[in-house]
Design a protein around this ligand. Structure first.
Ligand code: CIR
Length: 263
């Protein structure tokens, strides 16, 4: 199917836990306001549902302050799902909590058992899977993932997440078969050669973490230049408030697993 890397029948999200105030953050600019975080999260889920997708919202996990960022716990492909091994010690258990949920959708669920890998470092495009090395994703994890997805015919390309950037997808997103949105600092590495690249607006690096979800591009609100650039390229944009998730270095991709299980 054309568009398999951005057309999805399903998504999984997780409610914001009260413990999210203790979530990991590179720079402490204060704890997220839970009421605002939950309101933004509800808007996000509603936007995904507006495309016709079936969105499962799991209950909050109080034991995992970063549990709302479900993307890091798994990699969902058409043929099967990979349960990851998050490199942040406080997040390791999130993957095991996600596994039974994935088993409800997929016959084939496999586990990364060596090294570390977080879903935020994995960009699935129509032609390949890009994986960024980062403080959370190491060479052993990438080798394990390479072996696991080879059974479904996927090729992996290893790229570098810019220094000081949490995840590869903190700085980029897929917009369609041939187009990515990327920060100029990431695009400068040459990792998107062969793709059409739309740059985030000046001073708007925090706008790079968007998702193409069916006919929509869901992006954090408040980034007019980037929104304009995406719209000028012909996409339909839905801005969603992200002020509270951003305090924990989270964005649009982190808040869901998106997939269309085969069969
Ligand atoms: C963390 O540091 O792990 C969380 N506070 C943020 C995770 C964001 N996830 C993502 O970019 N995929």
């Amino acid at each position: 199917m054309n568009g398999k890397s951005y057309r999805f029948t399903h998504a999984i999200c997780r409610e914001v836990s009260a413990s999210a105030t203790q979530g990991l953050r590179a720079v402490d600019i204060g704890a997220p306001d839970l009421a605002q975080f939950r309101a933004d999260h509800a808007d996000y889920v509603a936007v995904l549902r507006s495309t016709g997708a079936e969105v499962t919202v799991l209950p909050a996990l109080e034991a995992f302050p970063d549990g709302v960022f479900v993307e890091d716990a798994a990699i969902c492909l058409a043929e099967g799902a990979v349960v990851t091994r998050p490199g942040a010690p406080s997040r390791l258990g999130e993957a095991a909590a996600m596994a039974p949920v994935l088993e409800g959708f997929y016959e084939d669920v496999v586990w990364v058992e060596d090294g570390f890998i977080e879903g935020g470092d994995v960009l699935v495009t129509e032609r390949e899977i890009l994986v960024g090395t980062s403080a959370r994703t190491d060479a052993t994890g990438i080798a394990t993932l390479t072996r696991l997805v080879a059974r479904w015919g996927y090729a992996l390309r290893v790229v570098e997440t810019p220094p000081g950037v949490l995840h590869f997808k903190t700085d980029c997103a897929l917009l369609d078969e041939e187009t990515v949105l990327a920060t100029p600092r990431l695009a400068a590495s040459g990792c998107f050669e062969g793709y059409r690249v739309i740059h985030t607006g000046e001073g708007e690096e925090a706008a790079a973490n968007v998702i193409r979800f069916n006919d929509l591009v869901v992006m954090p609100s408040g980034f007019a230049r980037t929104q304009e650039a995406i719209e000028a390229a012909g996409y339909t944009v839905r801005p969603v408030g992200n002020s509270e998730a951003a305090k924990l270095d989270g964005g649009m991709s982190c808040l869901s697993l998106r997939f269309s299980p085969a069969g």
